[in-house]
Design a protein around this ligand. Structure first.
Ligand code: NAD
Ligand code: 2ZO
Length: 510
């Protein structure tokens, strides 16, 4: 095994790493500008490499004292960082983006080993990560208030000020990217952050912390505490925390909101989804098929905004089904570090079992499995213990089936026929979720009409699951509130102060 002591440069360490060879032994907590030894080693939990089922490292959750130290470290960095001008902050952030770009291949490799997604996808994730930092660096210098004239020569101005210490809590499907989507706008606005990655993917957030430090942020500006629900709860309750930005499931999101409400902390919730993708008969057929695959099978289907309810207009149903099944069967599954692989391993054994359970339940409720939905054992002996499955397409689906109503978070597409625009919009909106949606049609008026009527934070027209950092991303309904990416996110990481200036005498009523 390659024992990776991450205090070495990851560039050197990752060069020789391959699937099944890495052991991460260095500390995974980071505050005060350095890695911190965990205090409660007896609580260690094994973290598995999804492609092999082998133990990759131990995740040791932080307790109250450690959380407190990390938050105090963040607060002292905040006092320095928030006094810099936007342009000064931007310079440091651009350097962080440059370092990520330079080490892209190795960070992506580490992400693959921890998460199980294919290297072709992880490289895109890392690109999106540095783009996010670059984008918010570009906006940092433009943070400004307003000047307002008042009677008698008096005037007021507003200042856009940071919030203070922000907590980021992440999910396991985009570990590095989530850490940057949260930290980039937070840091651009002058805040500090304590980030808790998912306990299943603890290794890449700490690389981000090291890169920020190397780029020149003050010690403590971006910190990483490891842990699960208990550590997350300590973060949400801490009195020195001004805001919690959370990515995860709806049930956990509700708890985070409840805990944050006790301290009247601001909250951003990026939660789950069960998004509709609507394919009209006048679509560009080739693009619609590609779109349906993109909407369902990235990251082994473990994507919050996936368009898993694929509504297909009845007239084109037979040819759509034939083509989408043919291409799904051809998806290369296997070693996620191989360039040719397009589907890697699911995150964990329980997640694999849960997804396969949804397929069994779908069959019981009358769905027809057109392909996949089975555990998959690659021929490479080192992958025998990995959490692989074949991507699945379900036909004969009805809107009241469990597979159509619940977020499966695995590679399972449900196909549903429809006849009219009015009908499909009603059915598409018949969900408590509202993260994303998509429509394929050549009719430009119909495309915009459908986009207007779908109850979701994003509507993709004639594409699916692209994520430019310049545009806001977030949910309607129970998929959450607040936004990530785009200019508007600066408002979620800052607050407005109004300053009123009198130029004459005080007119007192007393
Ligand atoms: N909308 C988005 O941007 C987005 C992106 C990725 C994933 N997701 C959603 O995330 C879910 C999958 O991720 P997951 O399984 O990691 O979700 P999860 O809700 O189980 O966990 C998310 C995070 O919350 C932490 N956590 C758990 N209990 C907590 C508590 N009581 N207090 C504070 N923190 C707590 C976890 O340790 C983890 O870091 C799916 O529902 C998916 O749709 C949403
Ligand atoms: C980058 N994607 C594909 C838009 C996913 C964003 C995060 C959702 O899980």
């Amino acid at each position: 095994f390659l024992r990776l002591n991450m205090a070495q440069s990851i560039v050197d360490s990752m060069r020789t790493a391959s699937t099944g060879t890495l052991l991460v032994t260095d500390h995974l907590n980071y505050w005060g500008g350095k890695r911190v030894k965990p205090r409660q080693e007896r609580n260690a939990e094994p973290v598995f490499e999804p492609a092999t089922g082998r133990v990759l490292c131990q995740m040791i959750p932080c307790g109250a004292e450690e959380v407190d130290e990390a938050i105090k470290s963040a607060h002292s960095a905040y006092l320095k960082w928030s006094k810099l001008s936007g342009m000064e902050r931007a310079r440091v952030m651009l350097e962080a983006a440059r370092i990520i770009r330079e080490r892209r291949d190795n960070i992506a490799k580490l992400e693959v080993i921890n998460n199980g997604k294919s290297i072709s996808e992880a490289l895109v994730d890392i690109d999106v990560a540095w783009q996010s930092i670059e984008y918010y660096a570009g906006l940092a210098g433009g943070l400004a208030g307003q000047h307002v004239q008042l009677p008698g020569g008096a005037f007021a101005y507003t200042r856009r000020e940071p919030l203070g210490v922000c907590v980021g809590i992440g999910a396991w499907n985009y570990p590095f990217q989530i850490a940057t989507w949260k930290s980039a706008p937070a840091l651009a606005c002058g805040n500090a952050m304590v980030f808790k990655p998912s306990p299943m993917t603890p290794v890449t957030a700490v690389i981000l912390a090291e890169i920020y430090k190397e780029a020149g942020v003050p010690d403590g500006l971006f910190n990483v505490v490891q842990g699960g629900a208990e550590t997350g709860s300590l973060l949400c309750h801490h009195p020195m925390v001004a805001k919690v930005t959370f990515t995860g499931s709806v049930p956990t999101g509700k708890k985070v909101m409840e805990m944050s409400a006790k301290g009247v902390k601001q909250v951003t919730l990026e939660l789950g989804g069960k998004s509709p993708l609507i394919i009209f008969k006048d679509c560009d057929f080739e693009n619609a098929v590609k779109g349906a695959l993109m909407a369902n099978f990235l990251t082994q289907g473990q994507v919050c905004c996936n368009g898993t309810r694929v509504f297909v207009q009845r007239e084109i149903m037979p040819q759509f089904v034939e083509e989408v099944v043919k291409r799904t069967k051809a998806i290369p599954i296997g070693d996620p570090l191989l360039e040719s692989t397009r589907m890697g391993a699911l995150i964990s054994k329980p997640q694999l079992e849960k997804v396969l359970g949804y397929v069994s339940q779908a069959k019981k409720e009358g769905a027809k499995v057109l392909c996949g939905g089975e555990p998959y054992v690659p021929s490479d002996p080192k992958l025998k213990g990995g959490y692989f499955m074949t991507p699945c397409i379900l036909d004969n689906c009805r809107d009241d089936m469990t597979c159509v109503k619940e977020e499966i978070f695995g590679p399972v597409m449900s196909i549903l026929p429809f006849d009219t625009e009015e009908e499909v919009i009603r059915r598409a909106n018949n969900t408590t979720f509202g993260l994303a949606s998509g429509v394929f049609t050549r009719d430009i008026s119909r495309a915009h009409r459908v986009a207007e009527n779908l109850e979701a934070g994003t509507c993709f027209i004639n594409n699916y699951n692209i994520s430019p950092v310049e545009v806001p991303f977030g949910g309607y309904k129970m998929s959450g509130f607040g936004r990530e990416n785009g200019q508007v996110t600066l408002e979620y990481f800052s607050q407005l102060k109004t300053v009123i200036v009198e130029m004459g005498d005080v007119e007192s009523v007393f």
